[in-house]
Design a protein around this ligand. Structure first.
Ligand code: 3YP
Ligand code: ZN
Length: 376
């Protein structure tokens, strides 16, 4: 059992500039320059903790490379790839599309290094060099559609890696689990009519993008049934997410029987995160990870490959990520969640009827998935 790890200093050099959290600075409108919420700090601290805890020494380092244009074009349009390059070539940088997604000077190459890092990780998993792995990348990707960047995302690294796995690595059926606090709308849209890629997103209902990620979004054409959404009420935490894992994610994975599980691994459903109002703890992430690992062991030789997405609390994201990665590597370090005592009360919140109803609606849809598992 070997766990792969992808990281590169350039991931921290993706420059999101002086936005006031989310919106571009605009003195005339009274918006003073500040720091964009998707800045290197939280992820730098994740990497440092992986190193300082000793965990790094137990991982197989996988060197990223830049995804080629041909690899990006399996997912994105030529015009969109060119748009990101053009914005990236500007000295002051530009935006990927929605005004919230800065493209720093040079970020085109860094976004290609993020997508290529995930390609390399999936390749190592397919070849059996690693069992599972984690790519600590920036910029994130799960909101990016074929022809538009949004929500801080430039290229959809998970989608690029999924298409690469199908085209080059003989992995035909791919499940994408997305537990970032926001809807994985880009990944969903890219595979919406495709039954070979199952997308499952757990997220805060009607958060970002607005009016996106409802249970009724279930796939179209051949892909009908192969997009699943669990829009959880704001304030959902340990009990709701674990219930959703047991009632929706695991049964859907069992029926779909993937050759590979990709994880859009956002830690912004953590209780201290500024960009959502969910209440997961490091222990919640550990527990959810355990469940996915068990599913991957049962279904696809343990092949579970994660890409970092959101997670904006510099002081809590690192402990959620460490719990996740310890679990992936089937080990522990001397570092424990320093806030465990503080968050214990949140974790004990019981499932509410609203959460149960939301999860129940998604559970109904799991039975629409054609089951490939033959009962013997
Ligand atoms: C993008 C603009 C407002 C909310 C924000 C969400 C980014 C994110 O973490 N997506 O997963
Ligand atoms: Zn997010």
């Amino acid at each position: 059992m070997t766990t792969g790890y992808v990281f590169h200093p350039e991931y921290l050099w993706h420059d999101t500039g002086t936005s006031a959290g989310v919106v571009p600075a605009n003195p005339a409108a009274g918006i003073a320059p500040a720091v964009h919420i998707e800045n290197p700090e939280a992820k730098r601290r994740v990497h440092e903790l992986i190193h300082a805890s000793g965990l790094l020494g137990e991982l197989m380092i996988i060197e990223p490379r830049r995804a080629t244009v041909a690899e990006l074009l399996r997912v994105h349009t030529e015009a969109y790839v060119q748009h990101i390059k053009t914005q990236s070539d500007l000295h002051g940088g530009g935006d990927a599309g929605d005004g919230y997604s800065p493209v720093g000077h040079g970020s085109y190459d860094i976004a290609r290094l993020a997508a290529g890092g995930l390609i390399e990780l999936v390749t190592a998993a397919a070849h059996g060099d690693i069992t599972n792995g984690y790519a600590l990348v920036r910029p994130p990707g799960h909101h990016a559609t074929a022809d538009a960047g949004m929500g801080f995302c430039l290229f959809n690294s998970i989608a690029v890696a999924a298409r690469h796995a199908q085209a080059e690595l003989g992995l035909a059926r791919i499940a994408v689990v997305d537990w970032d606090a926001h809807h994985g709308n880009g990944t969903q849209a890219i595979f919406y009519d495709d039954p070979s890629v199952l997308t499952i997103s757990l997220h805060q209902a009607n958060c970002f993008p607005p009016d996106s990620g409802w249970t009724t979004e279930n796939g179209v054409g051949e892909g009908a049934g192969y997009a699943l959404n669990v829009p959880l009420p704001p304030g959902s935490g340990h009990a709701a997410y674990l219930h959703a894992m047991h009632q929706v994610v695991l049964p859907a994975l069992n029926r779909f029987a993937p050759d590979l599980i990709l994880l859009a691994n956002g830690f912004d459903a953590g209780v201290f995160d500024p960009m959502a109002r969910q209440m997961l703890t490091a222990a919640s992430y550990r527990h959810m990870t355990r469940l996915l690992i068990d599913a991957a062991d049962r279904l696809c030789h343990g092949r579970l490959v994660a890409a970092h997405e959101g997670g904006y609390s510099p002081f809590y994201t690192p402990y959620c990520a460490l719990a996740f990665l310890e679990e992936l590597a089937a080990t522990t370090t001397h570092v424990t969640d320093p806030l465990a005592v503080v968050v214990a009360g949140y974790a004990a919140e019981p499932l509410t009827p609203q959460q149960q109803a939301a999860i129940g609606e998604a559970t109904q849809l799991v039975s629409r998935l054609h089951s490939r598992v033959t009962t013997s």
